[in-house]
Ligand binder design. Structure first.
Ligand code: SF4
Ligand code: FES
Length: 248
């Protein structure tokens, strides 16, 4: 395949970025999107040009590091896949592909296609954990019954990989889908009840402090989420928040 890539280039966080056009040839349908960028970068390095910076790690849909806005969609045109799992067979010979970083005030660009998503880490640190006694008196997890439905829903929420596509898809750059997944995975389990009140209040407070927008129920986040995280988690987080607030 011959393609035309239009890629956001930005020297550093303070520089003014711009779109740069790169023609590319010899791309196979079986290549992943990131392998296609590797081919581009090998060519740029061979010419003595600066390679395009982009985030990646596991390249198998687990880590949540890869994060490209491809033709206006987070993780590109496929559904329920991350950018590293997107294959070039989803594109046609002669296509023009526009590649940008995830755009959100709370995800400032560091360089080219790399954005700073440590705001997600800070939301997680505000309450996305359970405190467990590891002094030797730990209760065996299997001794606490959890019904199958709640266990499954909790597991589904826990599959959120923190990629930020939900924020990039949202016209308000809301982080409600991410935060609600992290709240839900504990809210559904007995082990999560001890710190439930502080958890939801602290995580929502941190989410607001980071500058994410509010949810207006358009559902773009759910459509673009590579892990199929459901909007039901946002409803659950709102209920948890209301309940926590009424307790003071
Ligand atoms: S909710 Fe989905 S889109 Fe948002 S961070 Fe988690 S996995 Fe990514
Ligand atoms: S590189 Fe890990 S999910 Fe894409």
């Amino acid at each position: 395949m011959k393609l035309t890539l239009k890629i956001w280039r930005q020297e550093d966080a303070n520089a003014k970025g711009k779109m740069v056009t790169y023609p590319i040839d010899g791309i196979e349908g079986d290549m992943s999107f990131l392998e296609m960028l590797d081919v581009l970068n090998e060519g740029l390095v061979a010419k003595g040009e600066e390679p395009v910076e982009f985030d990646h790690d596991c390249r198998e849909g687990i880590c949540g590091t890869c994060s490209l806005q491809i033709n206006g969609e987070p993780h590109g045109p496929d559904r329920l896949v991350t950018t590293c799992q997107l294959h070039m067979r989803k594109f046609n010979d002669g296509d023009t592909i526009v590649i940008e970083p995830f755009r959100a005030k709370a995800f400032p660009v560091i360089k080219d296609l790399v954005v700073d998503r440590t705001s997600f880490d800070r939301i997680q640190q505000a309450g996305g954990y359970v405190s467990v006694n590891t002094s030797g008196n730990t209760i065996d997890a299997n001794s606490i019954p959890v019904n199958k439905h709640d266990a499954d829903e909790s597991f589904n929420a826990a599959t959120c990989i923190g990629c930020g596509a939900c924020v990039a898809a949202c016209k308000n750059a809301s982080a409600m889908l991410f935060t609600s997944a992290k709240v839900s995975q504990y809210a559904l389990l007995p082990q999560g009840q001890v710190e439930a009140t502080e958890r939801v209040q602290n995580m929502v407070r941190q989410m607001d402090l980071e500058g994410f927008g509010n949810c207006s129920n358009t559902g773009a986040c759910e459509i673009e989420c590579p892990k199929g995280i459901s909007l039901e988690n946002i409803a659950r987080m709102n209920r948890e928040y209301m309940s926590a607030t009424s307790k003071g």
